[in-house]
Design a protein around this ligand. Structure first.
Ligand SMILES: C[S@@+](CC[C@H](N)C(=O)[O-])C[C@H]1O[C@@H](n2cnc3c(N)ncnc32)[C@H](O)[C@@H]1O
Length: 371
């Protein structure tokens, strides 16, 4: 039991090899973070009338939370469930060895239709199409209900929660599910029927201290709500971070308003340069900028947009000054200030020399977020 307690605190399972940990998305939640989620929940709701479900419970850290009427834990990993059974001493606890993305329904998961339900946990996320650590990813994943199929298993989990119609959902997941329009759209029934009530952004470093780049994870509380949430709701939402910072998406202007982010070779014929496909800030940190050769990933840069692509090239040099919680955002800018410094950005990109004025521009752009 002692060894297990130590491993719960470090957040890592002991019974899995590295590749199995990545395939199952088994990055367990340290107890202090489980407590943060619990405090967020009980600020808004009294758990005593509710059944708690964690459908990807691992060693069961969320099932140890006090005060719920009954508890259901589920995992496809039998060894993890056996440890959860040793660790969780709740009187009304049932543990089910199931694939939480298959035949999703209250009946199949032993949840009475009459029960008021809260889902808590840290569902796995694993973008199967991403190239990061692709060699370790399982090419033949578990069966997933058709309506839940998505490129990221975490998005499938959020959709599965909505099917069970809980009153509240309090879970950890990548912030990118909300702040990237395509992801928010991919949440489908979840975004249509749930609304973000409260949130805290923390770093993925908590789960993967050895990773080369960190990204934001949100501890998010959602309430069932007929209005759901759309991108403008998320853009206005004030995201607090563990470091006591706060940001909204609408406070920035993004480069996607001004330039093409994806190959545009069908539409643009006269070009002065080639630029690599743009995604978010973390992707820019890993990718090339200007290309010296034609490629299917190339964006054609027309003369009138050249200075903006120089801006992106210079922005890349400033990424070390940007905190993890903004790293899944698009490249942002202050367009009026950029116009004042346009020639300097071209020069900085070509000479690889950052002038004091450009350094100052980035300090002002990031304000309290500048590292
Ligand atoms: C990030 S861990 C979270 C564990 C625990 N809730 C915690 O926060 O410490 C994700 C868990 O999801 C489980 N899992 C992955 N795919 C699953 C599936 N399709 N059905 C059920 N459990 C699954 C993994 O075995 C792993 O235990």
């Amino acid at each position: 039991m002692d060894t297990m307690r130590i491993n719960m605190e470090s957040g890592q399972p002991t019974h899995l090899e590295c590749s199995a940990q990545i395939n199952l998305g088994s990055f367990y939640t340290p107890l202090w973070l489980v407590q943060i989620a619990f405090r967020m929940l009980i600020w808004h709701v009294n758990p005593k009338d509710y059944l708690l479900l964690d459908s990807a419970c691992g060693y069961g850290s969320f099932l140890t939370l006090p005060g719920f009427q009954a508890y259901i834990g589920m995992d496809q990993d039998l060894q993890a469930l056996q440890r959860a059974a040793e660790l969780c001493q709740q009187p009304n606890l049932s543990l089910l060895h199931k694939n939480a993305l298959h035949s999703v329904s209250r009946v199949h998961f032993n949840i009475p239709n009459s029960s008021k339900l809260i889902i808590m946990g840290n569902p796995p996320y694993n973008d199967r199409t991403s190239r990061v650590r692709a060699h370790l990813k399982d090419k033949s994943p578990l069966e997933v209900d058709t309506s839940l199929k998505a490129r990221d298993i975490g998005i499938s989990f959020l959709r599965s929660f909505a099917l069970l119609e809980p009153d509240y959902i309090c879970v950890l997941h990548p912030l990118s599910y909300l702040i990237k329009r395509a992801n928010l759209q991919a949440l489908k029934n979840f975004a249509l029927h749930y609304r973000l009530l409260d949130a805290l952004v923390v770093s993925s470093q908590i789960f993967c201290p050895k990773s080369l780049s960190y990204f934001p994870i949100i501890v998010a509380l959602y309430k069932r709500d007929a209005q759901g949430m759309d991108y403008s709701y998320i853009a206005r939402f004030c995201f607090k971070t563990l470091e006591n910072k706060c940001f909204t998406l609408e406070q920035w202007d993004f480069i996607s308003t001004y330039v093409d982010k994806y190959p545009n070779q069908q539409r643009v014929d006269s070009k002065v340069a080639l630029f690599y496909t743009l995604r978010d800030i973390n992707a820019l940190a890993r990718s090339k900028t200007f290309l010296d050769r034609q490629s299917p990933h190339a964006i054609y840069v027309p003369a009138e947009k050249y200075s903006l692509y120089c801006y992106i090239d210079v922005f890349k040099t400033q990424i070390p000054h940007i905190p993890y919680y903004l790293r899944n955002c698009d490249i942002f800018l202050d367009f009026a200030q950029f116009q004042n410094l346009e020639e300097q950005f071209i020069h900085a990109s070509q000479s690889k020399q950052i002038s004091p004025q450009i350094a100052r521009y980035f300090r002002d752009l990031l304000g309290v977020h500048y590292l």
